[in-house]
Design a protein around this ligand. Sequence first.
Ligand code: NIG
Ligand code: FE
Length: 405
Amino acid sequence: MSTLLIKNPSQIVSPRPGSLRGAALNDPVVRTGESVLVRDGRIEAVGPLAELDTPADARVLDASGKAVIPGLVDCHNHLVFGGSRADEFARRTAGATYEEIAASGGGIARTVQATRDAGKDELRELAEARVNRAMRHGVTTMEVKSGYGLDPATELKMLEVAAELDAIHPVDLVPTFLGAHSVPKGMSKADYLTQVKEMIPEAAKLARFCDVFCEQGYFTPAETVEIMELAVRHGMLPRLHADQFNAIGCVDVAIELGAVSVDHLEAMDEKGAKKLAASDVVGVLLPGVSLFLDIPYAPARTLIDAGCIPAIATDFNPGSNMTLNLPLMMSLACMQMRMSVDEALASVTQNAAHALRLERVGCIEPGWQADLLVLDTNNYRDLVYFYGENLVQTVIKKGVPHAAR
Ligand code: NIG
Ligand code: FE
């Protein structure tokens, strides 16, 4: 049995358990004068030091003057891919749009080629270096999508890389099959749809979720339903890329399918926002994409004020957001989407864990997984206030401390 005492932090701040919306987003538990006792990877107790049943041989982490919050969950991430699109970034800074670059043979197609060409070891090493960076910024659980293979061998290779990395890395990786990310070069839409459906039984052995890029020029709402119905029959849960550039009815489809989340929403109008807010589908906000592509921000305020369950993620990928810094996404959500710090915190912990259907993750309560961050500040709000900096000092994953710097 291994025990860890996180001793005397200045604050222990956590959202309350549950999928949070409305006023509950702004109601974290803030404990002062308390410590956390962790046993065998779970939080055993939180309370005044004298009241904790700390064994003599417990490992002690002195957290005086530091704030403690839950580990962060990045619930939308394209971690595994080969190649670089730095040249496309240069084209965009010179004025080309994401859609123009994709139409000229760049974009997703470029990364697909590079990912097909890369060996499994190379992909795993690239992904490992990235997940290390994410962890240093406080991420303890991350979703990992396929979607840069667009053929059976490479889609499965990506999911296998995610599984192999999950087995050796402290950060938990949650796999999503995104075969319907784009139509590969040299293939008709109809043929590729057939192939995606053929991939589903194998993909379902490796992936918990199925995602579709539901967007003009990619997959229609009707095609999305076709794919998702089969995915659900094979045990995967639906989540969607929706309303990124155009609102074409994908959110309606997600609600009808009972999807776990709709992600992006930059092009969502007020009517769509209210409809989503009235459902149990999590709205995953990706403010880094708006900054990186210079497109509008999702209507976070309208969504949250209407009662939506919000989450915030990076959407780390080579085309539309090249960062693994989830706290920076929280800062953007606060600065550009007018979210409160507490709403942002709930959106990367409890609600992001809910978007990945994780049990007892994302909260500091007895019985919950001991995924915790010790911040190099006495005020948890500094994590967001010092934007673009890294205030994470120690990442505790399942009760094991890892230095973040
Ligand atoms: O989530 N929107 C679709 N897919 C990615 C971008 C993929 C790429 O450009 O490589 C996204 O933004
Ligand atoms: Fe994405």
